[in-house]
Write a protein that binds this ligand. Structure first.
Ligand SMILES: C[S@@+](CC[C@H](N)C(=O)[O-])C[C@H]1O[C@@H](n2cnc3c(N)ncnc32)[C@H](O)[C@@H]1O
Length: 223
């Protein structure tokens, strides 16, 4: 099968359901111009729209995101929230934080998005210690080795019906490699196994093809 069909179909779907306005379509360039270490690491437009659909399905008002990069997924998520809604997004690279802040300001969403700068594990523990956060939706898209620990902390700040999405859990099919030494593959293998056994949630993994590499998202709803 010619794999370009996936890319062409993604363009078709995006044009119907997820057209990007200028701020979103300019984020990759803003990351390149700002010398980000991973300018092409964001989700696709249709994946952004999927996050919006999920946010609406759980009536999300408060969203937690791990891994801001240039703010692309953050902006999609923030746009799905009602007045007074908030996304708290975590990013440890200060250069990415500066780029994201500029993009979020351009999108007119500064009031709806709070960036916490630091290592995800530290900020998650900080948020938990603050003892005032119950998130309606969580999007995990930072480093993969601690996904299991991130999920446990996210779960501890959830309610029944909270949706937790974890990106990049298929990794071009490398998740099947039994003797992998890739820390990201090992991280998602450990996470996927733990998630499949977690009785606190109902979960599965969706494989994804399209403009981005062959990958997938784990989607869980808290019981
Ligand atoms: C895949 S990118 C996020 C893409 C973004 N969610 C989007 O779709 O537009 C991962 C981001 O997580 C950040 N990151 C990686 N490990 C982290 C950690 N331990 N703590 C906080 N941020 C981290 C990286 O600097 C990078 O910006």
């Amino acid at each position: 099968m010619d794999n370009s069909i996936f890319e062409k179909t993604d363009h078709y779907i995006n044009s119907l359901f997820a057209p990007e306005e200028e701020v979103l379509s300019g984020i990759e360039q803003s990351l390149l111009d700002g010398n980000s270490k991973m300018p092409l690491g964001g989700i696709s437009a249709n994946q952004g729209k999927l996050l919006q659909v999920l946010a609406k399905m759980c009536n999300a008002k408060t969203v937690l995101e791990l891994g801001t990069l240039g703010g692309y997924s953050t902006i999609w998520l923030a746009r799905a929230l009602p007045a007074g809604g908030k996304v708290i997004t975590i990013e440890y690279d200060e250069n990415n934080v500066a780029i994201a802040k500029a993009n979020i300001a351009k999108a007119g969403l500064t009031d709806k998005i709070e960036i916490r700068t630091g290592k995800a594990i530290d900020i998650l523990q900080q948020l938990k210690a603050e003892n005032k956060h119950t998130f309606d939706m969580v999007f995990m898209d930072a480093d993969k080795p601690p996904y299991t620990e991130y999920f446990a902390l996210a779960l501890s700040m959830s309610r029944p019906g909270t949706i937790i999405v974890a990106d990049n859990v298929v990794r071009n099919g490398k998740v099947l490699e039994e003797n992998s030494s890739d820390p990201a593959v090992l991280g998602v293998q450990r996470f996927n196994k733990a998630l499949s056994k977690n009785k606190a949630v109902t979960a599965t993994i969706l494989q994804m093809v399209g403009l981005k590499e062959y990958d997938g998202m784990a989607i869980a709803v808290v019981n």
